[in-house]
Design a protein around this ligand. Sequence first.
Ligand SMILES: Cc1cc2nc3c(=O)[nH]c(=O)nc-3n(C[C@H](O)[C@H](O)[C@H](O)COP(=O)(O)OP(=O)(O)OC[C@H]3O[C@@H](n4cnc5c(N)ncnc54)[C@H](O)[C@@H]3O)c2cc1C
Length: 300
Amino acid sequence: MNINRENTHIIPIGFEYHAPESLDKAVELLHKLSEETKILAGGTDLIPQMKQRKTEPRNIVNIKKIPELSCIKETREGIKIGALTKLRAVELSSLIRERSPVLSEAAGRIGSVQIRNLGTIGGNICNASPSADMATALMALDAMVHVYRRDGARTCTVAEFFQGASEIDLQRDELLTGFTVPFPPEGAGSAFEKVGWTTFDIATVNVAAVVTLKGGKIDHCSIALGACSPAPVKVVLAEDVLKGKEPTAEVLEEAVEFIAACVEPRERWRRAPPEYRRRSSQALAMDAISRAVEQARGST
Ligand SMILES: Cc1cc2nc3c(=O)[nH]c(=O)nc-3n(C[C@H](O)[C@H](O)[C@H](O)COP(=O)(O)OP(=O)(O)OC[C@H]3O[C@@H](n4cnc5c(N)ncnc54)[C@H](O)[C@@H]3O)c2cc1C
């Protein structure tokens, strides 16, 4: 039989539906249920994947009734963002816009308003896509990921959480509860750049940069690159070139040479050939770093 996997409105499989009302009930369920279980947040990734039979879970655990998973609040360590927080809320939050604007900027570049009103920051990361826009911005901000399971909680960096092609550091009985985004250093400038097939589309390349200056030289620098290798990455070699130097055009050129070296697209990626990603990652990184430097100059 010829199955329409692209454009169907039908979810062709049967599943058990669960909607726990507390975190403890949710992880208890995840512990009890079989491997074929999927967590449902906004559903903007999961539901199309189920319609296309890319995943066929026997159990769905909807986490939308767990109130503590939706929050944006200031803590001593930085901004705490619950996993279930809508992308639109991240985009519009005055706290995030003021203290970590690159995160709002990246959220505002995801899909359409409709997608951002449904999609969550946790779902964006747990979908394990190399082009997840939130991942690149969170990585540049050195954000921490919080994970919860029946026997306790653990924390790791976003960079550690992404382990490889479609692979994240999350066991089947674990739930991502949220993030802590440390405040960037005083006077930091930041920028997010992205190119896709259309403005509403997922990234063909995305870059986030956070920079501070001291005495006209780059003091702190953090650059992350997405959609160019099996998982988003921090471009440490480019950061090392920039640190301690005046951000002249030559220094920036030298740094973005290392961006292209991080471009290792998978064979089957069809959105753009490797050479396009190499060149556009350099151009976008140049724009992001330059814009971050200008912002940092403006605040010193
Ligand atoms: C038209 C369209 C345009 C899009 N454009 C973009 C774009 O420009 N940029 C971009 O980055 N993405 C884009 N996306 C992808 C998607 O919208 C985002 O990744 C969104 O953030 C996913 O969040 P969600 O809450 O809908 O996740 P869901 O679909 O509910 O879940 C996604 C995955 O994460 C798992 N999961 C969700 N929450 C948790 C949790 N708390 N703990 C553990 N596992 C969890 C689910 O089991 C599932 O495997 C687009 C999608 C569509 C349909």
